[in-house]
Design a protein around this ligand. Structure first.
Ligand SMILES: Nc1ncnc2c1ncn2[C@@H]1O[C@H](COP(=O)(O)OP(=O)(O)OP(=O)(O)O)[C@@H](O)[C@H]1O
Ligand SMILES: CC(C)(CO)[C@@H](O)C(=O)[O-]
Ligand code: BAL
Length: 316
């Protein structure tokens, strides 16, 4: 009997840079090859959503470019009582995901490598958008996110940085920071990767027990319900989503909002059909999940045209 031969898939292990100095050396080597540098910031516990960001980064810089993934659980963006201490740290598995997805360098620093003098005295102020939604529930969160992302931009000096749309408000704020502070980096958003049943992949999904995992699809089902009612206007879309959330009392909603695409409040009188967003945050036990989807906001005229006739008033 002959043994079947298979062609082994070869993945090159990325260089692990645990310090600023080793990162600097790896970047010098990469830049010596002449390509562009892409950065994918993460907090580790990597899943297929992160892998898709790495693949997008690779496509953006091509084979001659360098893809750097940072793995750093940033204490500055966690509030008191949040899950900083129990956040999963799985560096060996993360390196395997990075190798498979085509990263060249993994920057995985310790806290004092990023904040050598303790908490920084100068931080990035997120402005009004940073106080809404996630910022309202997690005060100070976006100051921590923007400060560490600004530091990562400073350390890596990427040409392009890739972030997931799953953290839609974070993506909007990072775009805003890059524009307002004239940072020479292109910020690219990538679509949300989901489980077959619709649940958005998230490192925090691993906190869920079997029953909570079953109920976690309530978030994406609520967003789908909003989308199905989008033609009836943002108010009707929101009502439909709230109905789905209310059907599962174990899912405690922090917010469910329909906004303009830039996260501004919807102006119901504004003419013209346009893109909007529906965003949700909810808790299952001690685990907090977020998700969002794009949806269409019809013009006031289009909404009126969609009102279904009341069958009791029908004339024969
Ligand atoms: N399902 C997903 N699809 C695409 N990108 C994602 C997905 N989940 C997270 N990302 C993106 O990966 C980057 C790193 O996020 P992070 O490490 O916090 O992962 P996470 O799974 O969102 O974890 P958490 O559970 O802490 O929210 C962010 O840009 C985030 O938007
Ligand atoms: C962007 C980020 C890596 C900053 O710590 C984090 O907020 C995340 O993982 O989305
Ligand atoms: N994915 C956003 C990081 C956080 O929840 O702190």
């Amino acid at each position: 009997m002959t043994t079947p031969t298979t062609t082994p898939t070869t993945t090159t292990a990325p260089a692990l840079a645990p310090t600023r100095e080793s990162l600097r050396r790896e970047l010098a080597l990469a830049r010596g090859r002449g390509g562009r540098v892409a950065l994918v910031p993460t907090m580790g516990a990597l899943h297929d959503g992160h892998a898709s960001l790495v693949r997008t980064a690779r496509e953006l810089v091509g084979p001659e470019g360098a893809v750097v993934v940072s793995v750093f659980v940033n204490p500055l963006q966690f509030g008191a009582g949040e899950d900083l201490d129990r956040y999963p740290r799985t560096l060996d598995a993360d390196l395997a995901v990075c190798a498979e997805a085509g990263a060249d360098v993994v920057f995985a620093p310790a806290v004092d490598e990023v904040y050598p003098g303790g908490d920084p005295q100068v931080t990035v102020e997120p402005g009004p958008l940073g106080t809404l939604l996630e910022g309202a529930v997690r005060p100070g969160h976006f100051r921590g996110v923007l400060t560490v992302v600004a530091k990562l931009f400073g350390l890596v000096q990427p040409d392009v940085a890739v972030f997931g749309e799953k953290d839609y408000q974070q993506l909007a704020l990072i775009r805003r920071m890059a524009a307002d502070l004239c940072l020479p980096v292109e910020v690219v958003g990538a679509p949300t990767v989901r489980e077959p049943d619709g649940l958005a992949l998230s490192s925090r999904n691993r906190y869920l027990d079997a029953e909570q995992r079953r109920l976690a699809t309530t978030l994406s089902r609520a967003l789908d319900a909003a989308r199905e009612r989008e033609a009836y206007g943002p108010g009707a879309a929101r009502e439909a989503a709230l109905e789905v959330l209310a059907s599962q009392p174990a899912v405690e909603t922090d917010y469910l909002v329909v906004t303009e695409d830039d996260l501004g409040e919807v102006d119901p009188a504004r003419p013209g059909r346009r893109s909007g967003r529906v965003l949700v945050a909810a808790r299952l036990g001690t685990t907090r999940l977020i998700d969002n989807l794009p949806l269409e906001i019809p013009s006031p005229n289009q909404i009126r045209n969609q009102i279904q006739p009341d069958p009791t008033l029908e004339t024969h």
